[in-house]
Design a protein around this ligand. Structure first.
Ligand code: A3P
Ligand code: MG
Length: 439
């Protein structure tokens, strides 16, 4: 994995994510043991912690040190608004301390930190320099410093996610999962009943996963212990998606919070497809890690209408699943579009990640079947007046070299169901194509 395009970027990114995980582990331990003032609410009521800002500052500083500050673009989740408020002085002091402790550890990870500790203003600058908006051209680093902040403050799963987007495509993904043990079945072990803190005393370690687009390979390394030095490849081992394609044996993941995904709609899809296992509810991009590692087969995410998914919540995880052999699309079967700034614009209803195409086809089919009857349909129809084309139709049509865009017919003209049947019969008799287009 070291040779080839992006090899230097990947090498640095993996080491930096290891550093960030080490930082997070310290902050989480302190947070859980002292119940201190390290957590704040943002204007949108989401949480942010000392770890979010500290990781963003550390990663920003290290990437700029490695690749030069002039021509590097970083898109990241946090800004410095809250930190700059007059009442946030002690919070800022905690961030300054955490960043400098982390940067001083750089040599342990084979990197060079600053010669002397950074000042508060240098740290604020490092955080605020991650203000790129991404886009269709050029290279952009994409960072979620602590994904699953709620999991983090609850002593549960969270992830540090760093990806690179080049000309609108995710080309590299690194995902640190400090509470996801490298051992098989690492996810099931630490549940709310059996909190992660037990891991810390038992000496088990989390993992860092990484991949490069087109490599067909995804790797996993253990986090290193306090006194160890990171040596590439650091016991990296290949991971692969599960080969289970029987829905009755498959496990599906979804967000813990029902505000982030419609659990009852997912349950309907699960029952249509014949999934029998209970959903595995996990915070953060660790869900993508679980699919890439073969410990679950399906990840369904159906955000409420109007919520726009952000690229940093998905980029690294999506590429890991794809390169480990899986499939990720929106709930209409189309690829996720990372080329349009900080949001996954044009996302159709939700996100479906699967270990293989067979399960994926079934899930997408079940989404179509369930959509009309669900309450989600009514709220989103208003935003989307065009009929969607089932991806299997798209596939068949493409094979027959017909243009799918010909089927953008206003929903009001026809019920979805009867239109779908028209297309099905058309596929059987392609000569009827014109009849369908003129409907
Ligand atoms: N209403 C909403 N619907 C979907 N996702 C949301 C959401 N509000 C916040 N999120 C995103 O969901 C992420 C957590 O994902 P999950 O629910 O899978 O654990 C959050 O990441 P952060 O914790 O980095 O802010 C946040 O970006
Ligand atoms: Mg996030």
């Amino acid at each position: 994995m070291e040779d080839g395009k992006y090899s230097k970027e990947l090498n640095v990114a993996v080491r930096v994510v290891h550093m960030a995980c080490s930082l997070c582990e310290k902050v989480q331990k302190q947070l859980l043991s002292t119940n201190s003032d390290q957590v704040k609410s943002k204007d949108d009521d989401s949480l942010v912690t000392v770890a979010d800002w500290s990781v963003q500052a550390t990663v920003s500083w290290m990437l700029k040190k490695a690749f030069g500050s002039q021509n590097i673009s970083i898109v990241a989740e946090e800004d410095i608004q809250t930190l700059c408020k007059s009442e946030s002085q002690s919070l800022l002091a905690m961030v300054v301390s955490a960043v400098n402790i982390s940067l001083a550890e750089a040599p342990r990870f084979g990197l060079h930190g600053p010669e002397k500790p950074l000042s508060a203003s240098e740290i604020l600058e490092a955080i605020s320099q991650c203000n790129s908006r991404g886009g269709p051209l050029g290279q952009h680093w994409v960072l979620d410093p602590v994904d699953g902040t709620l999991g983090f403050v609850r002593g549960d799963q969270y992830a540090v996610a760093l990806a690179m987007i080049e000309n609108g495509e995710v080309v590299m993904g690194v995902l640190g999962c400090p509470n996801y043990s490298v051992k098989d079945d690492g996810l099931n072990k630490y549940t709310q009943e059996n909190p992660v803190m037990s891991k810390i005393s038992s000496g088990e370690v989390g993992c860092v996963m990484y991949t490069r687009k087109g490599s067909g390979k995804a790797w996993m390394q253990p986090l290193i212990h306090r006194d160890e030095t990171f040596e590439w490849p650091n016991s990296a081992k290949l991971v692969q998606v599960s080969s289970v394609d029987d829905p009755t044996l498959a496990t599906f993941c979804e967000p813990v919070e029902k505000t982030n995904s419609n659990h009852s709609f997912a349950a309907g899809v699960a029952s249509t497809v014949g999934l029998r296992n209970k959903p595995l509810r996990v915070y953060s991009m660790v869900k993508y890690a679980a699919i890439a590692r073969g410990e679950a087969e399906i990840y369904m995410r159906f955000a409420r209408a109007g919520y726009k998914e952000k690229i940093w919540d998905h980029a690294a995880g999506v590429l890991l699943v794809q390169e480990a052999g899986g499939v990720v699309t929106d709930a209409g079967g189309r690829p996720l579009d990372f080329s349009r700034g900080i949001y996954l614009e044009g996302l159709d209803r939700g996100i479906i990640a699967c270990s293989g195409i067979k399960l994926h086809d079934k899930i997408i089919g079940a989404v179509y079947a369930s959509w009309e009857s669900s309450n989600l349909a009514s709220s989103q129809k208003a935003n989307n007046s065009h009929l969607r084309i089932h991806p299997s139709f798209t596939h068949t049509l493409k094979k027959k070299e017909k243009k799918v865009c010909a089927f953008q017919i206003p929903v009001t003209k026809l019920s979805t169901r009867s239109f779908r049947f028209s297309i099905i019969s058309m596929i059987e008799k392609p000569t009827n194509l014109k009849t369908v287009i003129t409907l």
